[in-house]
Design a protein around this ligand. Structure first.
Ligand code: C2E
Ligand code: CA
Ligand code: CA
Length: 640
């Protein structure tokens, strides 16, 4: 290396930059929500060591410029420290990468042993060669006389280990993430080459800041939605886990606005401001998470907000003011963290399940009943999953109940509606409102339909065999399952396998909401009607009916919902209205069935309003399907 003034190729500007960047990183960590995965602890150590490296770099240079008597002892010491901090960084990079890549023990241990050996060796060699005068040495004029460049060898050894990890185990991480890290290495390497060209070493430490910046950006950062101040929901699991491990209690507040729960929707500007204010000013240390467009959850530590209840009241007041302006539907849920839900880290499904049982435009404070309901929900879901996987048409958990339907003209019961119940070990009998929506949301509904159909067909066969007159039994089907191409085939297979004619089965469906579902329904009805299956329009009068569409579908029976039966009881006008609707349908050759006939008054009115069939508690509550024979009568002759 010859003799040159040490000052010539090293200036502290690079290290000053390093310290500044490290401070900047600490500011960014403090003001954003950083995902606190296990590698984050390593990350913080990295930045701390890097700060020290920068500081020791600056101070060793400062001391060097102060020496007048040729005694460079402190310069040597600080220089060794400076190197030690940089090597600590390199060692931590290895730990960090191994952590991110989730290396198995048998791969992790050798890598860590080798890296630790390199680490200890280079530091020892650096000290020994400096003391013995074989390594870095300054003569009394301050000229550097360097024989062995220990730092360079140690540095290269670490680069080999790091490159090995990044190349051999590259598939352990998402490709884009690896590209980011490769890019970082290339940039660092270029800076080292360029500074070498200028005979410089001032930016060596600075190249160590590149990976630290990349890691923050790629791995730990969660960008804010600038308008709302919310961050991605994936960070919420991290926050829950982190605080659960440290036994910190959390409080949370969830706002759900279904109108905005569609793609591309954003809260109105003023609403955004209110949410921003609530999260930023009312609560201390709050983090706002965006579950989806219409759902945000605010979470913070309880000990930072001792007057939680006051804050909640203030928040609700602020929200009330917004509501006055916009009149948008909402559901608000708030409460404290619950051990069980935190442990399972399932706040989103927990809150969603609360929404399910909540009125629109209401506020709910979480209590233990919600946890019980949630546990029940999870149990039902896992049973449904099991029913789905087993796909056993005789599954005893799916129970066919039914309600006989009174035929007015014949003055007897000859049809019925099959209604589903679940019989689960830990819960007992579960009613449709508690599992049909779950089954629909999770794609389990079709299997349930198949099981009910199969059991219903078996009972029809049984009744017919015993000489009972069974015109048909209807089952309920969800539009969702009709979207499946195999729907028609599955239904006809089950009916055919049971050995009864198709016309003994009817399918009840409710009106579709979308054009697409309407087309799907039309297609299915046409196909199955050809084979003889009958169709009922269920729950007529509950939604917004589209008469034109109803007329396009060849229904056999229109089921007037109980709400129309009730409405017709209010005054004469209402009765006339329902009656003429029913009359219109019967003139168009549909049969009208009234649902929810509970007493004689209901019955009388319905008969006056063009009823062909009546169903309701007046005749029977839903009963297990095998009890149906109590209602049906034996056939007088063999013709229908
Ligand atoms: P739905 O199809 O409208 O069934 C009629 C519901 O009204 C039944 O409730 C029945 O028990 C009830 N009901 C019968 N008579 C009266 C009455 O006089 N007064 C009153 N207030 N209610 C009466 P359930 O069995 O709880 O079923 C609720 C809903 O669950 C059904 O409404 C249907 O939409 C759905 N569901 C039931 N079984 C199945 C099924 O196998 N598949 C599908 N996809 N949905 C089903
Ligand atoms: Ca029905
Ligand atoms: Ca109905």
């Amino acid at each position: 290396m010859g003799q040159q003034l040490y000052y010539d190729n090293y200036s502290p500007v690079g290290d000053i930059l390093v310290v500044a960047i490290c401070f900047l990183i600490f500011i960014l960590i403090g003001t954003s929500y950083v995902t606190k995965t296990r590698s984050f602890a390593v990350y913080v150590c990295l930045v701390v060591f890097l700060t020290f490296a920068g500081l020791s770099g600056i101070s060793h240079h400062f001391l060097y410029s102060q020496v007048t008597d040729g005694d460079y002892t402190w310069v040597y010491i600080l220089r060794i420290l400076y190197h030690a901090f940089l090597f600590s960084n390199l060692l931590l990079y290895v730990v960090y990468i191994v952590e991110l890549q989730h290396l198995e023990k048998d791969k992790k241990i050798p890598v860590m042993i080798i890296s630790s050996l390199i680490y200890v060796m280079v530091i020892v060699v650096d000290i020994v060669t400096t003391i013995s005068g074989k390594g870095f040495k300054l003569n009394k004029h301050g000229n550097a006389v360097s024989a062995i460049n220990v730092f360079l060898y140690g540095y290269l050894a670490f680069i080999v280990v790091i490159s090995f990890l990044m190349i051999v185990f590259r598939n352990r991480l998402y490709k884009q993430v690896m590209m980011g890290f490769y890019g970082t290495m290339v940039v660092a390497f270029l800076v080292l080459v360029i500074q070498g060209k200028y005979g410089q070493s001032s930016f060596t430490t600075a190249t160590f800041t590149f990976p630290v910046i990349s890691m923050l950006y790629i791995v730990h950062s969660n960008p804010y939605d600038i308008e709302l101040g919310a961050i991605n929901i994936s960070a919420m699991e991290d926050m829950v886990r982190y605080n659960y491990e440290r036994k910190n209690e959390l409080i949370f507040m969830s706002l759900y606005m279904p109108d905005y729960d569609v793609e591309g929707a954003v809260f109105p500007k003023e609403m955004q401001k209110t949410i921003r204010d609530i999260a930023g000013h009312y609560f201390r240390g709050a983090v706002l998470f965006q579950v989806n467009n219409g759902h945000v959850i605010l979470m913070t530590r309880k000990d930072k907000n001792p007057n939680f209840e006051n804050i909640v009241n203030k928040t609700l007041n602020a929200f009330d003011k917004e509501y006055e302006k916009y009149k948008l539907d909402y559901k608000i849920v708030f409460g404290e963290s619950i051990e069980e839900i935190s442990r399972k880290n399932e706040y989103i499904s927990f809150i969603r399940n609360i929404h399910r049982n909540m009125e629109m435009n209401s506020i709910h404070m979480v209590d233990f009943e919600d946890v019980e309901a949630f546990n029940k929900y999870e149990l039902i879901l896992s049973e449904l999953d099991d029913i789905y996987k087993k796909h056993d048409l005789n599954d005893p958990r799916v129970m066919a109940y039914c309600q006989p339907v009174y035929n007015i003209k014949k003055q007897k019961y000859d049809t019925a509606e099959a209604l589903m119940r679940l019989k689960l070990d830990d819960i007992g009998l579960v009613f449709p409102d508690q599992f049909i929506p779950l089954a629909e949301e999770n794609g389990y509904i079709h299997v349930l339909t198949e099981i009910i159909l199969s059991k219903t067909c078996a009972e029809i066969k049984h009744l017919l065999g015993d000489g009972y007159e069974v015109k048909r039994i209807s089952i309920n089907v969800s539009v969702l399952e009709m979207r499946d191409d195999k729907f028609t085939e599955d239904i006809t297979n089950i009916i055919n396998n049971s050995g009864i004619p198709e016309y003994k089965v009817a399918i009840e469906i409710t009106e579709s909401q979308t054009d697409n579902d309407f087309l799907v329904m039309k297609h299915i009805i046409d196909e199955l009607k050809d084979k003889g299956v009958k169709f009922y329009l269920d729950d007529f009068g509950t939604g917004y009916s589209n008469m034109e569409r109803i007329m396009e579908l060849p229904f056999d029976i229109i089921k007037f919902d109980r709400s129309l039966v009730l409405a017709s009881d209010t005054d004469e006008r209402a009765e006339k209205m329902v009656g003429s609707l029913a009359n219109m349908f019967s003139e168009l050759n549909y049969s009208v069935l009234y649902e929810g006939v509970e007493n004689e008054m209901d019955e009388k009115r319905c008969i006056n309003m063009s009823a062909s069939y009546l169903q309701g508690y007046k005749y029977s509550r839903p009963i297990p399907i095998i009890e149906l024979s109590k209602f049906f009568s034996k056939q007088e002759n063999n013709h229908e």
